[in-house]
Structure formats: structure tokens, C-alpha cells
Write a protein that binds this ligand. Structure first.
Ligand SMILES: *[C@@H]1O[C@H](CO)[C@@H](O)[C@H](O)[C@H]1NC(C)=O
Ligand SMILES: *[C@@H]1O[C@H](CO)[C@@H](O)[C@H](O)[C@H]1NC(C)=O
Ligand SMILES: *[C@@H]1O[C@H](CO)[C@@H](O)[C@H](O)[C@H]1NC(C)=O
Length: 450
């Protein structure tokens, strides 16, 4: 009888026609997120464009200069460029002369990134591929004279790194956008002539694993036609079964609709969110694009990067860490060093990160610096500061007679004892610091706890 019911169930699932999504949030939000994304956990974000030429202030340079007309930006332009230089005049200086996509891909792989997201077009509207809708304001007709989006994608795919395309819906100064805006977004000239054709072009050409949408906040999703695009993406596009998107598809969408949630930049939830999310952060705390005058004190150090990663993953998020290459396509050695430090940490502790799931408890009750992840019956306790007496208290796991504790990177099991009221106390290995696997953030693997 039971077998018969099972058979019927299997049959009805197999016979059901593939689900089609309708262009509304209720239907689109019901799509399960393709599994690769949650498993990947770690990505590198790359902000690259004409803003890498002035390399000053931030990637919002053009807006601060010509939109808000901040006087220091005008002074900067007068001091550094010939009189009358326009923003468009900067594009030929975006040479990408030293851009070696293979070397970038190798660096990102060594950083432990399972996916990479590149700005295909930021709010300035310059496209890093030969968009036919972005005549002479693209990387093939001017500047690099190269298909940056395609070249990086090819290099990443050779290494099985997933490829995400950042795309800004709005463009600060596009005449059709300004026209629609002036019409209170009742017309859609910009969407039908620029945004949508470019989004379709990106998907069909590059078959991305991820679309990182941005620049949505001035207009409703109905103006952007977002639900129609997503229904096509999920039903009929060449990446319908694998593609992942974020949540920036129109006013009030962020944190409510779409694929996974970004909510705000550098979002820190504080409790375990019920929906898959991603934290994007930037090594240069003051900018996403490259700044030639950045100071070391303005950069995240290894400890803060690992702290953010651990807290994010413990709360069920992915961590997308940003670097801004120079206009020549160089990734500054200080960014390389930070990425490689992350990769080295992950080479020991990746077992506690990749493919992990949030545990019953995220942060230990007795410590701000101990965080948990899990894989089925295994619990990982990642502690960010080494206790002075070498004894680590874990108040949340309940030990049993069969409990075993090891530190990732070391082979010998650690001694532990149950505490009278709760949890356990682990005797950390006594060794000189240089013999420890790493200098910040260590992972204990707990087997046989509940
Ligand atoms: C919005 O999407 C629908 C369905 O794909 C399409 O018919 C319509 O032309 C699109 N409108 C714009 C402005 O792109
Ligand atoms: C967005 O949400 C705010 C606050 O809930 C609301 O006042 C506003 O009308 C919403 N805007 C749109 C376009 O839905
Ligand atoms: C942790 O603390 C919270 C409240 O402070 C309490 O509800 C919970 O039971 C504690 N968990 C453990 C495992 O001690």
C-alpha cells in the first residue's frame, strides 16, 4: 500500500509540466533559489569603469562632480585635467592595458571565491562590453577596445568559478532616463530602448549565473518592467535553471522581493534572517571603485574581513568582498594581499564555511567572538579571539559521552570537559603562535554534540 502511494507521488511529480512563473512577485518569489549560491558562501565583487580613471572620491565621481556639483570635484578636475575636460573625455584613458583576465581569475580562486561579480555597467552608463545600445560609451568602441565582461567570464569559467553580472538599472545622465523621470516615470522610453535590451543582451551573450541588480531606487518595479524580465529569465532564458538574482528591482523591492536579499549595502542583520541573503562589503571602506589616494588605515585588515565573513555565514549569508581595479586593470597589491589572506584562512577553515548551514545557535551566549555553523550532525565553533588561559568555553553545544573536538588545521583531538550547568570547556592546544594554523579566527569541529 505504501509503495503504491509512493509510486503515485513520484509519477505525478514527473508528469507535472515544468512550473512557469507569471510576471508578479508572488509567483517569482516562490522560485527556489538554485542551490549553488547558498553553498558558495564567498564571492569577490569587482567595481571597474570610467570612474577608475579619476580614481578619486568614489565610483560616484561623475554624480558628485556634475550632478551635485560639489566644489572639490570641480577643483580636482581643474587641477588634474586639461581645461574643458568632460567626463566622456575620460573614457579613452580607461585603457585596461594591464588587464590579464587569467591572472585575475587565478587570484580570485586563490582568495577562495566561488563566484565573482563584475560591474558590467555602473550608474555612469558606460558598458564593459560592446553593447549596441551604448554607442561609443562602451569598452569596445573606446577605452580598452576589449570585451571586458566576456574576457573575465571566459577566464573564470575555466576555473569553475560562478560568474555574476552587476547591472545598474538607472543611469544618472541618460537623456531618455531623464525624460522618463521628468514624466514622473509614466513613460518608459529608457527602459524599452536601453535597460531591457541591454539586460537581454547580457543574459544571451554571457549566460550569467547571477544578476546583481542595482540603481532601482528612484522608480517602481512596474517602470523597470522587472517582473516581466524576471519571468522571462526564470521561464525561457538559457540560464533559467541556474541563475540567481538579488532584490534590487524597484522602489521597496529590496529586502522583500527577488531572489536572495542584499537589503542595504554592508547589511548586518543581527539575528538569523528567514530568507537567503548576501552581505557585500569593500576592502576600501570608503569606496567601491579604485581610489589612487587610499590610505592603509581606510582599508579592512585581515581580522575584520574574517570577522565579517564568519558572522555573515553564521547568519546564513554569503559574503561578497569588493575590490576596485585601476584604470589599467591592475589589482593593487594591497588588495591582492588581503584577498590572499582570506584564501589562506579559507584553505584551513573552509570546511566550516562552504556548504555549511546555520546552526541552532549563531553566536555563543557567553562570548561575542564565538560563532557557529553546521553540516548535518557536525557543529563548527569559530572563535575570533584566543582566550588568555587557553580554555575556550562553549555554552551552547550540549556534549555527550561520544563528543570529539578537533581544530581545523591540526590533527590531534582536543581535551574537553562538560561544564556543570551548560556546555563544555575545551583545552586549546598549547603551542607557540607560529605553529598555529593562523593568527586570527580558528574553527573547532564538534562531533557528537547537540
Ligand atoms: C515589458 O515586458 C512586456 C512583456 O515581456 C513587453 O511586452 C513590454 O514591451 C515591456 N515593456 C518595456 C517598456 O520594456
Ligand atoms: C514604498 O513604501 C513606503 C513605505 O511603506 C510607501 O510609503 C511608498 O508608497 C512605497 N512606494 C511604492 C512605489 O510602492
Ligand atoms: C542563550 O540566551 C538566551 C537569552 O539570553 C536564552 O533564551 C537561551 O536559552 C540561551 N541558550 C543557551 C544554549 O544557553
Amino acid at each position: 500500500m505504501e509503495a503504491c502511494v509512493m509510486l503515485l507521488l513520484v509519477f505525478s511529480v514527473a508528469a507535472a509540466s515544468p512550473q512557469r512563473y507569471t510576471p508578479d512577485w508572488e509567483s517569482l518569489d516562490s522560485r527556489p533559489l538554485p542551490g549553488w549560491f547558498d553553498a558558495a558562501k564567498v564571492g569577490v565583487f569587482v567595481h571597474w569603469g570610467v570612474f577608475s580613471v579619476p580614481a578619486w572620491g568614489s565610483e560616484w565621481f561623475w554624480w558628485h562632480w556634475r550632478g551635485e556639483q560639489q566644489p572639490e570635484y570641480e577643483r580636482f578636475m581643474q587641477a588634474r585635467f586639461p581645461p574643458g575636460t568632460t567626463y566622456a573625455d575620460l573614457a579613452p584613458r580607461f585603457t585596461a592595458r594591464d588587464f590579464q583576465p587569467e591572472a585575475w581569475a587565478q587570484l580570485f580562486q586563490e582568495a577562495g571565491a566561488r563566484y565573482v561579480v563584475l560591474t558590467t555597467k555602473h550608474h555612469e552608463g558606460f558598458t564593459n562590453w560592446g553593447s549596441p545600445m551604448s554607442w561609443n560609451w562602451n569598452s569596445v568602441d573606446t577605452g580598452p577596445h576589449r570585451d571586458l565582461v566576456g574576457e573575465l567570464g571566459d577566464a573564470l569559467r575555466k576555473r569553475n568559478i560562478h560568474y555574476g553580472l552587476y547591472h545598474s538599472l538607472y543611469e544618472w545622465f541618460h537623456p531618455l532616463y531623464l525624460l522618463d523621470k521628468n514624466n514622473g516615470f509614466k513613460s518608459q522610453f529608457f527602459v524599452s530602448e536601453k535597460t531591457m535590451p541591454e539586460l537581454f543582451d547580457l543574459v544571451l551573450r554571457y549566460k550569467p549565473d547571477l544578476i546583481w541588480s542595482d540603481g532601482e531606487w528612484e522608480a517602481p518595479d512596474t517602470y523597470w518592467n522587472s517582473t516581466n524580465f524576471l519571468a522571462w529569465l526564470y521561464n525561457d532564458s538559457p540560464v533559467k535553471d541556474t541563475v540567481v538574482v538579488n532584490d534590487r528591482w524597484g522602489i521597496n523591492c529590496s529586502c522583500h522581493h527577488g531572489g536572495y536579499y542584499n537589503c542595504q549595502d554592508k547589511y548586518k542583520p543581527g539575528t538569523l534572517p528567514s530568507h537567503k541573503w548576501e552581505m557585500c562589503s569593500s576592502i576600501d571602506r570608503r569606496s567601491w571603485g579604485y581610489r589612487s589616494d587610499m590610505q592603509i588605515s581606510e582599508l579592512m585588515d585581515e581580522t575584520s574581513i574574517i570577522t565579517e565573513l564568519v558572522q555573515t555565514v553564521s547568519y546564513g549569508g554569503n559574503y561578497l568582498l569588493n575590490i576596485g581595479p585601476t584604470k589599467e586593470g591592475v589589482i593593487a597589491p594591497v588588495f591582492q594581499e588581503r584577498l590572499l589572506a582570506l584564501g589562506k584562512w579559507l584553505s584551513i577553515n573552509g570546511e566550516a564555511i562552504y556548504e555549511s548551514k546555520p546552526w541552532r545557535v549563531q553566536k555563543d551566549n557567553d562570548s561575542d567572538s564565538t560563532w557557529y555553523t553546521s553540516k548535518e550532525a557536525v557543529v563548527y565553533a569559530i572563535f575570533l579571539t584566543w582566550p588568555e588561559n587557553n580554555m575556550l568555553t562553549l555554552s551552547s553545544p550540549v556534549p555527550s559521552a561520544s563528543t570529539q573536538v578537533t581544530m581545523l588545521g591540526l590533527s590531534d583531538p582536543l581535551k574537553w570537559q562538560a561544564l556543570p550547568d551548560k556546555g563544555l570547556e575545551v583545552a586549546l592546544p598549547l603551542t607557540i603562535p607560529s605553529l598555529l594554523p593562523l593568527q586570527c579566527g580558528w574553527s573547532l569541529k564538534l562531533v557528537g554534540v547537540s
